[in-house]
Design a protein around this ligand. Structure first.
Ligand code: HEM
Length: 231
């Protein structure tokens, strides 16, 4: 390799690092917000196992604080847009820097979860739109949809087998997305060490699996009659 070519590769690598860092910070910060929402949402949803009254009261409680509700919605929307825009910009930067050797190595070593990031993301985004139309507005909900009847709405929705199946597939993709997103966030923050990286990866896998199992348990419980048998 000539020194001019090597110089240009070094320059490109440096440029890539500088430009990508800010975008990775945006990815991580918005990812943390979205993850925090998911944890809270999962804990809220677990009330489905405490019965219709508890779940519907919880939904009514959340809707009784419009300032908080709309504040969270605005934060979520900003985070989703920031997450998507910075992911597209990072992908563009990566492909522009492709001749640089360490980027090549990263691609070779990439896991199944990391290769799926760019298509699991859009499917999850599509899922969220469908999900809001299904359980928040009722536009894609079951015929029996009623405002603020969270328990009844989700039971009638998940009794539609293709809908329940779509939720389950989306949650599996979400699990892979979370796994890769969580541990690569630590990588971006510079926490990369032969001793700690495997521990972080294992912890990320457990968190992602637990969350997916929690979410997936709901459509399965509806389909098996464990939830909503009295409706
Ligand atoms: C089986 C899994 C899930 C169930 C049973 C569930 C249940 C619900 C319900 C009942 C609502 C409506 C709440 C209301 O309007 O009172 C809702 C809203 C929402 N869910 Fe889920 N959810 C699940 C998974 C997810 C996942 C995986 C995500 C994100 C990737 C998500 C994101 C949202 C969002 C953004 C809203 C709108 C919140 C709002 O109206 O402010 N949900 N969910």
């Amino acid at each position: 390799m000539s020194s001019v070519a090597a110089d240009s590769h070094v320059h490109r690598a440096f440029h890539f690092y500088q430009e990508s860092l800010g975008k990775k910070v945006v990815m991580a910060a918005t990812g943390v917000v979205l993850f925090g929402y998911l944890v809270a949402h999962l804990l809220g949803n677990m009330q489905v196992y405490l019965g219709a009254e508890q779940m519907d009261n919880y939904a009514a409680f959340l809707h009784s604080m419009p300032a908080l509700l709309w504040g969270v919605r605005a934060l979520l929307l900003i985070s989703i847009v920031g997450h998507i825009v910075s992911s597209i910009q990072l992908a563009r930067l990566k492909s522009a820097a492709r001749p640089v050797s360490y980027v090549k190595k990263e691609a070779i070593a990439s896991s199944y979860a990391s290769r799926t990031m760019m298509w699991s993301g859009p499917i999850i985004a599509f899922f969220v739109i469908f999900h809001i139309l299904d359980l928040t507005t009722g536009a894609a909900g079951a015929a029996q949809f009623q405002d603020l009847r969270a328990y009844e709405n989700l039971v009638y929705s998940f009794r539609r087998v293709p809908v329940a199946a779509f939720y389950i597939v989306a949650m599996v993709l979400l699990c892979m997305h979370l796994y890769h997103g969580l541990w690569s966030m630590f990588q971006s923050m510079g926490v990369s060490h032969p001793r700690y990286t495997p521990i972080i990866k294992r912890a990320a896998a457990w968190v992602a699996i637990l969350m997916a199992v929690g979410f997936i348990s709901i459509p399965i419980s509806v389909l098996t009659g464990l939830v909503g048998a009295n409706l």
